[in-house]
Write a new protein. Structure first.
Length: 206
């Protein structure tokens, strides 16, 4: 009777041990899986921030190239305002307006592909809300300021009014005002790009 009791007790202990081992194995597997998932999310977040930083750095460098050129264009336009030419043909007037910008209005485009990719992915949910909010505001400023002003400048060259003889001075004034606005926006965005780059550097260093 004692033997049977001891044997039963041993069996119970064995079953409990094996059950505990199974539970422990399952919990360990879940823990390791969660750790792996978190590590992957952290790596994706770091990569996303690196891409955003590269994009903002490229946009900042582009504005730093544009600004002196747009200042030169502004000087040419102001000179034309002070000494407006006269044309008998509208095509000559359009050619004159375009010649105020020997290299065109811009030579490249501001980028936002890394930001668009981040928004469409689920990576942003693993980021601080402050970081996502900052980037959202920055890219919206880019669209509402510089990109919008460039579009307004571009529209000037495709309107009938701009090539009419009686509208030349008005067109030049409009170009001057938009160029002044554009140059100010470029200065503003260069500062904010750099601030965002610094913030991303701090996040990557954590």
């Amino acid at each position: 009777m004692i033997f049977k009791t001891k044997k039963a007790r041993a069996n119970i202990i064995k079953v409990l041990f094996e059950s505990g081992l199974i539970v422990f194995s399952v919990l360990l597997a879940l823990f390791l899986s969660e750790m792996h998932s978190q590590v992957k999310k952290d790596q994706e977040k770091v990569r996303a921030l690196q891409l955003i930083k590269a994009e903002l750095t490229a946009n900042k460098a582009l504005l730093e190239q544009w600004q002196p050129y747009h200042q030169q264009v502004l000087s040419k336009v102001e000179s034309a305002i002070n000494n407006p030419p006269e044309f008998s043909q509208s095509n000559k007037q359009r050619e004159f307006i375009l010649n105020q910008m020997p290299n065109g209005l811009v030579q490249d485009m501001l980028r936002n592909s890394a930001w668009d990719a981040l928004k469409q992915s689920g990576i942003s949910s693993n980021m601080h809300i402050e970081t996502v909010s900052l980037l959202s505001t920055l890219y919206r400023l880019q669209a509402l300021s510089i990109e919008a002003t460039l579009a307004r400048l571009g529209d000037i060259f495709y309107t009938r009014e701009s090539v009419r003889k009686e509208h030349l001075l008005e067109t030049l004034y409009l170009m001057r005002n938009l160029l002044l606005e554009l140059i100010a926006q470029e200065s503003f965005m260069i500062i904010h790009y750099q601030n965002a780059i610094n913030d991303i550097d701090n996040l990557l260093a954590e």
